[in-house]
Design a protein around this ligand. Structure first.
Ligand code: RP5
Length: 189
């Protein structure tokens, strides 16, 4: 849920159906205690409204826009065209081209109007939140500390995974090479 404080990040999406993906952005912004607002608008079906909404959010204090859209995904570019604040684009997965259409539509901006484009789908939605926090952390030491704590958590999760696999008795690639060399006559190794 968006917090009561004035939002500094706006999460925009082309359709309500994009929300399950963009929830990943919301969850991470909540974890970092960054106030945000989430809105649905459309680059094609509500172009004028998108421009007005972007201006209104900017006037309200939004510093970064995270924008998710699918198919011919032009919403992030449309927002970037009417603001000088950073715009982070998230291409939705799905559709006939599994999100590649949205990726190309979001990333291939002409020079002058950048959209920082993330990976397709939920990985991209998560990274959009982290990138927004990284930008805000440039001027906020508390956010910087939270980012460092998050990185440490990621590292611990890798170590846990390593422990689980190495203690589970699963077959490793070294085990396979050993077994093969034992089965192969010495002259053929
Ligand atoms: C939906 O159409 C997509 O997921 C996407 O966000 C949206 C694009 O809407 P327009 O901006 O083209 O209206 O199905």
């Amino acid at each position: 849920m968006p917090s009561d404080s004035k939002p500094v990040v706006a999460i925009l999406m082309g359709s309500h159906s994009d929300h399950p993906t963009m929830e990943e952005t919301e969850k991470l912004l909540e974890r970092f205690q960054v106030p945000y607002v989430t809105r649905v608008t459309s680059a094609h079906r509500a172009a004028r409204r998108t421009h007005e909404l972007t201006a209104e959010l900017e006037r309200g204090g939004v510093r970064i826009f995270v924008v998710g859209a699918g198919l011919a995904a032009h919403l992030a570019g449309a927002v970037a065209g009417v603001t000088t604040r950073p715009v982070i684009g998230v291409p939705m997965a799905g559709g006939s081209l599994q999100g590649v259409d949205a990726l190309y539509s979001t990333v291939q901006m002409p020079s002058g109007i950048p959209v920082a484009t993330m990976a397709i789908g939920k990985h991209g939605a998560k990274n959009a939140a982290i990138l927004a926090v990284e930008i805000l952390a440039l001027e906020d030491p508390t956010l910087r500390d939270r980012l460092l704590a998050y990185r440490e958590e990621l590292e611990r999760s890798v170590e846990e995974g390593d422990r689980e696999v190495s203690e589970s008795g699963e077959v490793t690639s070294e085990d396979v090479s050993d077994a093969i060399s034992k089965l192969t006559p010495e002259g053929e190794r």
